[in-house]
Design a binder for this molecule. Structure first.
Ligand code: FPP
Ligand code: MG
Ligand code: MG
Length: 327
């Protein structure tokens, strides 16, 4: 499936490398560190596939039919750079030791360089965005950065005393802001860059939204069920960080014993194993997978509004892959 945009992804990665040149070697080495590893690259892959799928709406006689334009390559590059800069900062905040089965940037280079490197990547992405000279695209992409920070701040408050519905809505909003906004606005930007009509732009945004939500809900499931080795990063990290995600919130509906643990952010002695004990007795993990599957199905329905193409099918397949992934 990625074969369809393999060369295009190579172009994007090359562009990222070019943008991260800096005469201060430790800074460019740290900034390049996560890009040099084998990440999933799911964000640029989705945007590149979407760009090609959208171009199939143009008549075959149109010179842009089947092609990705320069703005779209740059947008895919910017999205991956924003994502990576946020991961570099996130690993400092979460005090993570590993990412992608190797030492995290903060572990390898220390907190100060990791923070500067995150800032540097974001600055270079912002320069590239400014270079697009398109206010709609600048606003759409700047919204992603705004949302990422907002999502992280929302994560700090867990509405522990509120009803299940309020708590779950808070979780969904946070999930949108910290993850799905990048997918949603990334896909929207690609549609805007190919001058699609309003309805198509909205369908692209909606597809990205649903795929992004499914992706993060599964991420939250995997955090609770996988070993650190499988994930390549710390497991049960969310509980250790005090975060109650979908599986735990569902489990608390069945086992109210979890509520005081959620409220004290799993900081009491034995809270983490106790939370896992109730989780495993509950249907929290299964219900979370169902929730992710609903988002996945909604994404598939939306993308099927586009003309049939190999890229459209690849996006459908990607929805299934996001749901079945194990890391
Ligand atoms: C990973 O979440 C982190 C994010 C999705 C976003 C982090 C955002 C910021 C630090 C603020 C914005 C910063 C910039 C530079 C734009 P996680 O910790 O739940 O996942 P993990 O298990 O992959 O660490
Ligand atoms: Mg985090
Ligand atoms: Mg983290």
């Amino acid at each position: 499936m990625n074969d369809l945009v393999q060369n295009d992804l190579h172009v994007v990665k090359q562009k990222i490398g070019d943008h991260l040149n800096n005469s201060h070697e430790p800074l460019s080495d740290t900034a390049r560190y996560y890009f040099d590893q084998k990440g999933k690259s799911i964000r640029p892959i989705v945007m590149l596939l979407m760009a090609k799928a959208l171009s199939k709406k143009l008549p075959k006689s149109d010179p842009h039919h089947g092609l990705i334009n320069d703005q779209q390559y740059t947008l895919a590059m910017i999205a991956e750079m924003i994502h990576t800069s946020s991961l570099v900062h996130d690993d400092v905040i979460d005090e993570a030791d590993t990412r992608r089965k190797t030492p995290s940037a903060n572990k390898k280079f220390g907190d100060p360089l990791a923070i500067y490197a995150g800032d540097f990547i974001l600055a270079k992405a912002s320069m590239a965005l400014a270079g697009l000279n398109n206010l709609d695209l600048i606003t759409t992409i700047a919204t992603i950065i705004d949302d990422l920070v907002d999502g992280e701040l929302k994560q700090l408050s867990n509405e522990a005393k509120a009803s299940h519905k309020v708590r779950f809505d808070h979780y969904l909003t946070k999930t949108y802001l910290k993850t799905a906004s990048l997918f949603a606005n990334g896909c929207l930007s690609v549609a805007t860059a190919s001058k699609m009509d309003e309805q198509t732009c909205e369908s692209s945004r909606s597809f990205g939204h649903d795929l992004g939500m499914a992706f993060q809900v599964i991420d939250d499931v995997l955090d609770l069920v996988s070993t650190s080795e499988e994930l390549g990063k710390p497991s049960s990290a969310d509980l250790s960080l005090g975060l109650a995600t979908a599986p735990i919130l569902y489990a608390a509906e069945e086992f109210p014993e979890l509520n005081p643990l959620i409220k004290r952010r799993f900081k009491g002695p034995g809270d983490v194993p106790e939370a896992l004990h109730y989780l495993n007795k509950s249907s929290g993990l299964a219900r979370s997978r169902e929730l992710a599957a609903e988002y996945g199905q909604s994404a598939v329905r939306t993308i099927q509004q586009l003309p049939e193409s190999l890229e459209r099918q690849a996006l459908v397949d990607l929805c299934a892959l996001v749901l079945s992934r194990s890391s």
